[in-house]
Design a protein around this ligand. Structure first.
Ligand code: SAM
Length: 226
């Protein structure tokens, strides 16, 4: 019986891969990878030899039916993205939906993802939260910001370093300068950093210290409570 297993990979620190993930990567008949070069580097590090095939985000729709055929022809197929959990702001959702529709077993192993440690360490309530991932760049961005402004739950965004200040300025514009945020940068890496404060304070900090690396923005829910 065919099975698809989504396997999370480290978001910076290679020690974060689980023993079970390593075993499943070793046992897989095929590993579908967002970028085969990135995945082969990881597999080489752990001395795993595997049959790795591409599963790109830009051809996720197109690649679907041939990927399903390949999954059906083996007993264990794995999907990995470059870092973190597949399907979380990465390719994965369409493939898992299609596998479910085709009656193929789907499983996702627990493991690294950026938003959980960022949320939990932010100091904002994490009993209820809302994950928005990357905001749309142009169309729909304003509508999304208006909706987020009303949100009582803690809000989680992914953002690139060169857009961070602009994004904080928009949070200030739509949610007021006193809305509290926590910007979490470079999780699990040498320069891991948490900047907490009002969006105005944190924006001013990053105007003076242009950020590098990978970023999660946590925004306190409206009225500061859940
Ligand atoms: N699948 C990944 C996950 O499970 O978190 C997310 C992939 S998405 C393409 C990449 C974004 O995740 C980055 O732009 C950043 O917002 C966030 N991210 C990934 N690694 C991170 C890290 N080490 N520190 C902070 N944010 C990170």
């Amino acid at each position: 019986m065919a099975k698809l297993c989504l396997v999370p990979t480290p978001i910076g620190n290679l020690e974060d891969i689980t023993l079970r993930s390593l075993r499943i990567l070793k046992e897989a008949d095929i590993i579908f990878a967002e970028d085969t070069r990135v995945t082969k580097k990881l597999l080489n590090h752990f001395e795993i030899s595997a049959h790795v095939l591409p599963f790109h985000s830009h051809n996720e729709h197109k690649a679907l039916s041939s990927t399903i055929d390949k999954i059906k022809s083996c007993s264990l197929a794995v999907l990995v993205s470059d870092a973190g959990t597949p399907g979380i702001s990465d390719p994965g959702f369409l493939l898992s939906r299609e596998c479910v529709a085709e009656g193929i077993d789907v499983e996702c192993l627990p493991g690294p993802t950026a938003f959980v440690p960022a949320l939990v360490a932010s100091g904002f309530p994490c009993d209820r939260f809302c994950f928005e991932g990357f905001l749309p760049h142009k169309k729909g961005r304003q509508t999304k910001l208006i909706a987020i402004e009303k949100e009582d739950r803690t809000i989680v965004l992914y953002e690139s370093p060169h857009r961070l200040v602009k994004c904080l300025a928009q949070i200030e514009e739509f949610m007021g300068s006193e809305r509290k945020v926590c910007v979490v940068r470079e999780l699990t890496k040498i320069y891991e950093e948490y900047k907490r404060g009002t969006c105005k304070e944190v924006k001013e900090y990053y105007e003076l210290h242009p950020p590098k690396g990978e970023i999660v923005i946590i925004i306190e829910g409206k009225n500061g409570k859940n």
